[in-house]
Ligand binder design. Structure first.
Ligand SMILES: [Zn+2]
Ligand SMILES: [Zn+2]
Length: 344
């Protein structure tokens, strides 16, 4: 089968290659990939700024159909429409984090798409416990956004207390920021979305998705806009989804005393900020890394209840042969989510 592979260590070294179709072993399930989303992590693997273990097939945000069920694999059936938790591909199962469901911190963990083969290919083979069955009628294209959506669900629904009547700030209108916005809107939270001058189209998308106000910080003072929206109080919660120094400081300024700051974006650099804000406003600051399996269970319930749909985040679909055009659209911020699909 054709697959987008990192074939050697270092910067670059990604190409569409012919590789053996994976065999479905004991306690394994073979999934025919319908769509696999391009994620910032894939671009980091391309440039070797995220750990990777070549030769490896890229891609970890996918959904598809079960086409083979291996011996002893239970709870799954041929023809099921599913999405896959790729991050648990390799864990020890024994450490304190694995035993408490916090597999992200397992010292030997390897995820699909960089640690083991991912899903920019026709087939992927996984364990049944990585499979989440989609509710009837939920599209395989929007279901391929489950992995970034789960990250937003942990940040908004599990780690940040949000209550109707609150005002939230989402700073950074990339895919994760917009997924956080969708959840906040579904929970009835008045949400301000802030972005940089290059984010005009993404801010318009935020408005269409239910933002109460959008702020282009190149044109409008964020603090003034926040005061206007909150009667001078400041926001109750801020979700930092840009990973930019100005955004971090903007969130700290925008919060009211006793507010909650949740760091969702990875910035990849050191950021200077006035740490005294934490004391003088007695802020709660928390980081949110990915999700747990329980988060994915919640994602399936959110899909089933139908209050949040994800299709409007998908701006382009490419066959895997055109992976680099898809990657470029993401790097240039010309797309929200780009999906790749295997060719017939
Ligand atoms: Zn991802
Ligand atoms: Zn472990």
């Amino acid at each position: 089968m054709k697959a987008v592979m990192k074939h050697a260590p270092g910067n670059g070294n990604v190409a569409v290659m012919d590789t053996a179709e994976p065999a479905c072993g004991v306690n394994q399930v073979k999934v025919e990939v319908a769509f696999c989303g391009v994620c910032g992590t894939d671009i980091h693997v391309l440039h070797d700024t995220f750990r990777n273990y070549p030769p490896v097939i890229l891609g970890h945000e996918f959904a598809g159909t079960i086409v083979e069920v291996g011996k002893d694999a239970s709870g799954v059936a041929l023809g099921d429409h599913v999405t896959v938790l790729g991050a648990t591909a390799v864990t020890c199962g024994k450490c304190v984090y694995c035993r408490s469901g916090r597999f992200m911190f397992c010292p030997i963990r390897r995820g699909m798409g960089h640690g083991v083969n991912g899903a920019f290919a026709r087939y992927a083979v996984v364990r049944p416990d990585q499979i989440f069955r989609l509710p009837e009628g939920f599209g395989l294209d929007e279901a391929s956004l489950s992995e970034p959506f789960a990250a937003a669900v942990q940040a908004v629904c599990e780690l940040t207390p949000v209550r109707i009547g609150d005002t939230a700030l989402v700073s950074g209108p990339g895919p994760i920021g917009l997924l956080c916005l969708k959840l906040l809107v579904a929970e009835g939270i008045k949400t301000i979305v802030a972005g940089a001058p290059g984010d005009t189209a993404r801010l318009e998308a935020a408005r269409a998705m239910g933002a109460a106000a959008i702020v282009n910080v190149g044109e409008t003072n964020l603090l003034e806009a926040v005061k206007e929206q909150t009667g001078g109080m400041g926001v109750d919660t801020a979700f930092e989804c840009a990973g930019h120094p100005d955004s971090v400081r903007g969130c700290l300024d925008a919060l009211r005393p006793m507010g909650r700051y949740t760091q969702v974006a990875i910035s990849g650099r050191e950021i200077q900020f006035p740490i005294d804000r934490l004391i003088f406003k007695q802020l709660n600051m928390v980081g949110s890394l990915c999700y747990t399996e329980r988060t994915w269970d919640r994602v399936m319930k959110i899909y089933a209840q139908g209050k949040v749909r994800l299709g409007d985040l998908i701006t382009a679909k490419f066959p895997i042969a055109e992976w680099s055009a898809g990657f470029d659209l993401c790097v240039e911020k010309k797309a929200l989510k780009v999906l790749l699909y295997p060719e017939a």
